[in-house]
Design a protein around this ligand. Structure first.
Ligand code: LEU
Length: 487
């Protein structure tokens, strides 16, 4: 602990391990997502499952919501049962199995089994691999923020190359080979993690921070069993009766998406361990959380609504090439990688005039809103039936990234700073819950999309984001006061 470790761009060697583990995990996740949406709604004769397109978009959103909701459980299991390092390992195994299941040509059942495995796996892996990054640095280590930025680059590099490769494989060989490649990616990630962990990570992530006492353990097992039996029993009765359908499930995820963070806020606010100052910070955090839900709702539609827009509304014959619609999923991470250094430079350059956290959040949703207003223009000029120049989509993905870079990197650190100390183990999951809530809401929204009402759809959602950004700009000074010294 005394001699700070170096060895990876001047960062602790452990960052190498975490960077490549998360790189490959994101490679598998975003590669799979880039083709999954098409797999669901393509006709059976084209190798798809032939689902209704709007149902497919809803399932994509529900899936995304659950993947980040399960982080609450994954974070808890790491904190109290496994330790982060083992949680990451188990998570990677579940994820890999999930992709393997999808690589077997099969039915809707295979898809649901795969989704369950990947939801559990990502819940175990994603929040915990990020929190080990934090463990690499002691409180005073000034490399910490740079370390998180490098880690964020790893995420986006994986997310950038995989739609290109997986989308290409799918185009030439079919969906299941694409999913198989995602499985291979996660396998490589697991190998990197296992082989380099001992040497590079040392003790980071290897202990259980806050182990369950024997009586807590007994209770945990008891209540989990009761819950599983109750829910299983209920479903066994309701499903055959037709009382629990995919639509009920989609609605339920929307309700959970909002209910879980609400409960979190109430519990944190009322906890006797929370101090007066911390209560004020929770109040400040609520509008920021709502803004980030608004932001992710638009950003994540880049993988659902805009993916189907790329597939159906866009002219994919471009400069003599035939584009794969999956490739558009590389644009968001590509722009993040290109612009992250620009934003880092900009904040330093602005010095004292660097915007406050709430103002940055307001910019975040302003750009998100604008990205949706931009993509309604092709329909305005050309109607819903003409094929659109792909550059419109490129522009929309570009604008949303301007918002992402003002909101997402600060979002995580703001969560860490504003959440009460007693809840610090859960802050990573709390941040991911804003994305989960957004996708839970999206699952309801995306059903209203059709090329005919496209302008209305993009206009209302984009407009709402812009109105919310104006409110947030106006409230920023008040929110800052409630933050009580955090900036
Ligand atoms: N693109 C981000 C990632 O995969 C989204 C996250 C912050 C919810 O890490």
């Amino acid at each position: 602990d005394s001699v700070p470790q170096k060895g990876f761009f001047g960062q602790p060697k452990g960052l190498f391990t975490l960077f490549f583990t998360e790189f490959w995990e994101r490679f598998s996740y975003y590669g799979m997502r880039a083709i999954l949406v098409f797999y669901m709604y393509y006709e059976v004769s084209d190798g798809g499952l032939g689902l209704d397109q709007n149902v497919a978009l809803s399932i994509m959103s529900v899936y995304g919501a659950l993947v980040y909701m399960s982080g609450v459980i994954g974070g808890w299991l790491a904190d109290r049962v496994f330790g982060t390092s083992r949680a990451v390992f188990f998570g990677g195994v579940f994820i890999m199995l999930g992709h393997i299941v999808l690589s077997i040509p099969g039915s809707l059942t295979f898809l649901f089994i795969s989704m369950a495995l990947i939801v559990i796996g990502t819940g175990l892996l994603k929040p915990n691999v990020s929190s080990i990054v934090g463990d690499l640095y002691n409180e005073t280590d000034r490399r910490r923020d740079a370390g998180f930025s490098i880690f964020y680059m790893g995420i986006n590099l994986g997310a950038f190359i995989s739609p290109l490769i997986v989308g290409g494989v799918q185009k030439s060989y079919g969906f299941h080979w694409g999913f198989a490649l995602a499985a291979v990616g996660m396998f490589i990630g697991l190998v990197v993690f296992m082989v380099t962990k001992k040497k590079n990570l040392g003790l980071a992530g290897s202990y259980v921070p806050n182990p369950l006492t024997p009586s807590e353990k007994k209770n945990a097992i008891k209540y989990t069993t009761i819950a599983v039996v109750l829910i299983g029993g209920l479903l066994a009765v309701l499903i055959p009766q037709g009382l629990f359908t995919i639509n009920t499930f989609i609605g339920l995820v929307g309700v959970f998406g909002i209910a879980i963070p609400t409960i979190y806020f109430i519990v944190m606010y009322r906890s006797p361990k929370t101090t007066e100052v911390e209560r004020s910070r929770i109040i400040a955090y609520i509008p920021l959380f709502i803004a980030s839900v608004m932001f992710w709702a638009i950003q994540e539609q880049g993988a659902t609504i805009l993916a189907s827009y790329a597939d159906k509304r866009t002219d994919l014959e471009f400069l003599g090439f035939t584009l794969s619609p999956a490739w558009f999923q590389s644009l968001n991470p590509l722009f993040i990688i290109m612009l992250a250094p620009v934003f880092a430079w900009l904040w330093v350059r602005l010095g004292d005039r660097e915007p406050s956290i709430p103002t940055k959040f307001a910019f975040g949703i302003l750009f998100a809103g604008l990205s949706f207003l931009v993509i309604l223009l092709p329909a305005y000029f050309g109607g819903p039936d003409t094929l659109v120049n792909p550059l419109w989509l490129v522009l929309s993905y570009f604008i949303v990234v301007l918002g992402e870079l003002s909101l997402s990197p600060v979002g995580l650190s703001a969560t860490t700073k504003l959440a009460p100390a007693a809840f610090s183990a859960q802050t990573m999951s709390l941040w991911f819950l804003s994305n989960a809530a957004a996708q839970g809401i999206n699952a309801q929204l995306v059903r209203f999309y059709s090329p005919e009402n496209e302008m209305l759809y993009f206009g209302i959602i984009g407009g709402a984001a812009i109105v919310l950004s104006m409110i947030l700009f106006a409230l920023a000074p008040v929110i800052k006061k409630y933050m009580r010294g955090i900036h």
